[in-house]
Design a protein around this ligand. Structure first.
Ligand code: DAH
Length: 342
């Protein structure tokens, strides 16, 4: 009897299992009703009384040892493979949770649309620095020395240097392009601009513009008008009309402001167009010969047009946003609404 107990003890001690099946088979073999250990308890009945205490103890030790060992292996297996009985186990074949898609910022969406419309007709994108010198932001663009736009009121100067400021418009990029490239030039320049203005629903000290420039031989005002009509219809719909009103900019002659027919009411008048049926969206004109000459382009051979628009203004019309500050606050409840606007 003692021999049998010892042999089983050794077998239990040496037992290892890698699967629940192996473990269960061993449990049946050792501990189930018809298993080897209960069988020993049956044999125990025929042990002589003098030996009973000792053998009884050995048998109990064997049973406890086997039970502990099996429990211990079961725990390990559950730890490494996960328990089949455990109801909380995730279904590993389930599709993963969807990763929430972000949205592009409405100003990026608008800028990309403007870029795309002009790229389709051969304009290329160019960029310039946000910190500019007086020449590129003002002088080359034909701003007279005493022009009020140079005033501290509008311009953020960098430190005490009167020659270094944050650009007040993207027209500065025109100058850089004309200085470094030969006509024909067809370019649009999107970018951030800065003006020392009080922040309100309609104005901000940081905003965005897109500048356009076309220089070649024989470019006329009619070319500009047709290009801008094409743009307006691509942007606001094919029924859109445009209207050019005489205006003044130092760097264009003649200059105009362009209105589009109101994209909200389509003409009869509404609060957005202040019941006029028209919305002003950009300034434009024929590049002043002085500007061409300032940038090293022969104004007798070449002519061209330029235009500039505020991206916030276009985005407000496109998405019917009433307060420009929304674009800068980056409230997720606002931004998430542009998921579909690629
Ligand atoms: N730079 C002007 C502004 O910031 C916009 C502008 C008007 C740009 C007419 C142009 C233009 O190129 O021809 O208000």
């Amino acid at each position: 009897m003692t021999e049998k107990i010892k042999a089983l003890l050794q077998e239990v001690e040496a037992f290892k299992a890698e699967t629940h099946e192996q473990l269960e088979a061993f449990r049946v073999k050792m501990l189930s009703k018809k298993g080897l250990i209960p069988a020993l308890f049956q044999d125990f009945k025929s042990v002589e009384p003098a030996m009973r205490k000792e053998i009884g103890q050995q048998l109990n030790e064997l049973k406890n040892f086997a039970t502990d060992k099996l429990n211990q292996i079961r725990e390990q297996l559950e730890h490494t493979t996960g328990s089949i009985q455990n109801q909380d186990i995730p279904d590993l074949s389930m599709p993963a949770d969807q990763y929430p898609l972000g949205a592009r910022h409405p100003l990026s969406v608008t800028r990309n649309r403007i870029n795309g419309i002009f790229e389709k007709i051969g304009f290329v994108i160019s960029e310039g620095p946000e910190m500019e010198d007086d020449w590129h932001n003002f002088s080359a663009l034909n701003f007279p020395e005493e022009h009020p736009a140079r005033d501290m009121q509008d311009t953020f100067f960098i430190g005490k240097n009167p020659d270094l400021a944050l650009r007040t418009h993207t027209s500065s990029v025109q100058v850089r392009v004309m200085e470094s490239q030969k006509p024909p030039i067809r370019t649009i320049s999107p970018g951030r601009v800065f003006r020392n203005e009080a922040i309100s629903a309609r104005a901000h000290c940081i905003f965005h513009q897109v500048e356009g420039l076309y220089i070649d031989k024989g470019v006329s005002f009619a070319d500009m008008r047709q290009t801008l009509l094409y743009f307006a219809r691509e942007m606001f719909g094919e029924k859109t009309q445009i209207r050019l009103r005489p205006s003044f900019f130092p760097f264009t002659e003649p200059s105009a402001e362009m209105d589009v027919s109101c994209s909200i009411c389509g003409g009869p008048g509404c609060p957005v167009c202040k019941y006029t049926g028209w919305l002003e969206i950009m300034g434009c004109g024929m590049v002043d010969p002085n500007v061409l000459e300032n940038c090293g382009i022969d104004s007798k051979t070449y002519s061209g047009y330029a235009f500039g628009m505020g991206i916030e203004r276009i985005a407000m019309l496109l998405f019917q946003v009433k307060d420009l500050r929304m674009f800068f606050e980056n409230d997720l409840r606002f931004l998430r609404q542009f998921k579909a606007a690629l």
